[in-house]
Design a protein. Structure first.
Length: 322
């Protein structure tokens, strides 16, 4: 009874057929059509009014009305604009028995594992799936994703557009890192990341992660730390914009042999700080307008030795440039 993109809810008088439910899955940006069939003991009902409402999910409040055709069918079509699961309720007022209704569940997916071919409504679901293995690539369609993401597999996680202006990941829990990376060889690219406001929490946190790549992300506004590396080595941070965070833009602690290239760290307390971190290379970074007591553009402290700083720009900072 169901074709691609169409789910069927059967509405009958309360004393007739038991209501059935069909579930369906589509990708964000496509249309979904719900068909409600109204009948009674004598057959299909023509000209009956059916009201459709999305009662929960990312499209809550979307609604429509249609009248049944010669086959007793009324339809409702809407376009998915955000990932998640909708509950759609179809209602008909029977003149004899009163209201009859049915609900269907519609899942909109916007996260794709291009290696397994599976689709998901959240980034975390894609990572946790039993069919997601080290080396897989997860592509995230543009939209807003409210979640805290634990990356414990060696994955490439990229936005489909490559543009952080249209692909946003914001913390569901502001007391937890937005991206918490505990695996090696992880790539995160093309996201706007914010919302980890609790002390010591970061937009992207690398914990004992090596050979990972963070590139072309905007980790700005309402994180305590923008990008935080702890006990992490041989990582590449390239072309990230890290600004308006409460404490540090980019912070390395006990992290050696990392490359920071062409990042912009502005309007934080300190733009880039290395703490007990050695043998790192910083090239062509801009660290400007970082403010506060002892505010600094690029700041090295506590036995941060043998670092190579080349062609970096540090202007307009409160106390220290470099």
């Amino acid at each position: 009874m169901m074709s691609a993109g169409t789910a069927v809810a059967i509405l009958t008088s309360p004393d007739k057929i038991v209501l059935t439910q069909e579930n369906d899955t589509n990708t964000v940006g496509t249309e979904h059509t719900v068909t409600a069939t109204v009948d009674d003991a004598d057959g299909f009902i023509v000209g009956a009014t059916v009201t459709f409402n999305v009662t929960s999910g990312p499209h809550i409040g979307v609604n429509g009305t249609d009248t049944t055709d010669a086959n007793g069918n009324a339809t409702f079509t809407y376009t998915g604009t955000a990932p998640g699961t909708d509950t759609i309720k179809a209602t008909h007022i029977d003149p004899t028995y009163g209201e009859c209704n049915d609900t269907i569940v519609k899942t909109w997916t916007a996260v794709h594992n291009i290696d397994s071919g599976k689709n998901f409504s959240t980034i975390q679901a894609a990572i946790d799936d039993s069919g997601t293995f080290d080396g897989h690539t997860i592509v995230v369609d543009k939209g807003i994703y409210t979640e805290n993401v634990d990356v414990n597999k060696e994955l490439t996680i990229i936005s489909e557009s490559g543009n952080p202006d249209d692909t946003h990941v914001q913390a569901n829990n502001s007391s937890v890192h937005v991206f918490n990376v505990t695996a090696d060889r992880v790539t995160i690219s093309g996201f706007d990341i914010k919302g980890a406001i609790a002390p010591g929490k970061a937009g992207i946190y690398l914990d004992n992660s090596s050979n990972s790549t963070l590139t072309s992300n905007t980790v700005a506004s309402h994180n305590d730390y923008g990008i935080y590396l702890k006990n992490s080595e041989y990582n590449n941070l390239t072309s990230n914009t890290v600004g308006d965070n409460y404490v540090y833009g980019i912070y390395l602690k006990d992290s050696d042999y990392n490359n920071l290239t062409s990042n912009t760290a502005s309007n934080n307390y300190r733009g880039i700080e290395l703490y007990s971190s050695s043998n790192n290379t910083l090239t062509n970074n801009t660290a400007s307008n970082n403010v506060g007591s002892f505010g600094a553009g690029i700041y090295l402290e506590h036995s941060s030795n043998y670092n190579n700083l080349t062609s970096n720009t540090a202007t307009g900072n409160d106390d220290y440039g470099i």
